[in-house]
Write a protein that binds this ligand. Sequence first.
Ligand SMILES: *[C@@H]1O[C@H](CO)[C@@H](O)[C@H](O)[C@H]1NC(C)=O
Length: 644
Amino acid sequence: MRDLSLHWPGAALVALLAVAPAPGAAFYFPGVAPTSYKKGDLVPLYVNHLTPADSANDPKLRSVFSFDYYHPPFHFCQPDNGPEYVRESLGSILFGDRIQTSPFELKMVENQTCRVLCSTEKFPQRDALFVNSRIYQDYDMNWLIDGLPAAQHLSDPSTDTAFYSPGFALGQVQDENPEFNNHYDIYIDYHEAGPDNFRVVGVLVEPRSNQYPSTPSGNDCNSIDRPVILSESEDNDPVIFTYSVYWRPSPTPFATRWDKYLHVEDPKIHWFSLINSAIIVIFLIGMVSTILVRTLKKDIARYNRLDQLALDDFGDGAVEDGVQEDSGWKLVHGDVFRPPKNPLFLAVLVGNGAQLFMMVGLTIAFALLGFLSPSNRGALGTVIIVFYTLFGFIGGYVSSRVYKFFHGESWKLCFFYTPLALPSIVFSVFFLLNLFVWGRGASGAVPFTTMLILVIIWFVISIPLSFAGSWLGFKQPVIEAPVRTNQIPRQIPPSGGYLRPLPSMALSGILPFGAIFVELYFILKSIWFSKVYYMFGFLFICYGLMIMTSAAVTVLMVYFLLCAENYHWQWRSFFTAGASALYVFASALLYWVKDVSFLSWTSGVVYLGYSLLLSLLFFVLTGTIGFFASGLFVLKIYRSIKVD
Ligand SMILES: *[C@@H]1O[C@H](CO)[C@@H](O)[C@H](O)[C@H]1NC(C)=O
């Protein structure tokens, strides 16, 4: 069940494309080719940032900040010539990685016990305060050895399987005392691929807290006298950092070394949610197709028959009245293609939504094909940026065509707002939140140079592409409305109940949200706990279900709206589908109430800020889906009736 759940959609797709490598064959994606070591070769250990983690006994999120490994208050040992940054991709940096060199010396297949790394100077009380509060907040250390994260060995109680959970504790709280880990037992699984050809296939670290009375050697590291508890009321004695390395032979080949890291927590939940949303979708699609096929056909047949009758007995008032009295969507044919209020704004939103839609879809598809496996660090972030940039073209094209359909006049504004409005909002919020992180002194803030690179990419590639797309869309012929629009707008009869804007949004927004909320929960969790997300098979299906639900529910709502002789479907469809973003935000708040307990208000601000940003993007994305679904629907039904 577990393996199936993780792999089948991906496997099916890969097999479909007939690029499936034979099992065990050496087939690697770029950047993740195996490194071979000879006996005694130095295997570098890189250190990454410290991140808040969910420990088993306290699964709450206590902070949203991450810290550089060499943040001075930690007093971690540095290499002789000072640490150096390891080259990383843009996506990796954006997602928080800060990988640096370390003074550990690991030699392939050579066990070492109790090596002293370094000893700090006196440990000032101010720094002790800092370290202790990080221990209370469950911070994890993140190391990388040959591209593999140093992990903790955990077992999943629900399925009783053991797995490697990346990261290990900075310290632990025992009897109300924060113990600072200063000894690391490093267990490295290696695989012998050939004679004197070794590969790293697994890394576990068991940290310990050990207050050494004198410089340790031999077995001293294992005999714990008392733990290191840093006093916050006076300066502490120096802390000695030590480590041991144990190499363990393993049958796992290099190609599958990530499998034990990619553990699906409780796959039943994912399946349950999938089946659940599939049922909703089937139900909705059933309802929509009933309406489309049965009701509409009947409507159209009746309208056309009445037309015929009216022609036959021209001048017979009774039949005319019959049509007039008959309420229905045909009555608004002279208004349904009347441009909405603020057409520019809607066109820009829809263009941006199309851009997001393409980006998300293609990113998930790419991930499903295995291009974004976690071994390819930062690939996910990089691909998101690349796709978003390139699809600026689509954004421009779509907004321009929609604007033309709305008979828009302010062309230049449409050209400019499409690539500028939403991205600058997103970027400003991102920038402001980063200021907060800077101000906090946490080093998880995105470096200024990375920000600059983003802005340059945006201005040099994305905006010109969007202009080109807008130009192309502008040159296309206008999408013809099948019926003429009357001079004078029709009166809209008051409608009540679920057709009023707020109830209709609340009702219909919950369905697309229902399709994705379980995956959303896991995505949020992996973002806040800086863990890789890899359940792309599930996400792919959920995304598909969400699209179908958004489309179906909006079409349904628009049909009822038109039947109530309300022809303002454009904004309404956008808001109806987009309303699911409200639920996304509500679920972020619920997560806060349930699983988050921040010790500082800055964490809260950053959490809220990113939740709002995510909800905004979700609003634009789902709103666009709703708008296009109902646009197609409206065009289709009015094409099928005859209007004189
Ligand atoms: C290194 O230590 C591990 C774990 O204790 C042990 O299984 C392995 O045999 C040792 N290797 C050598 C070369 O001593």
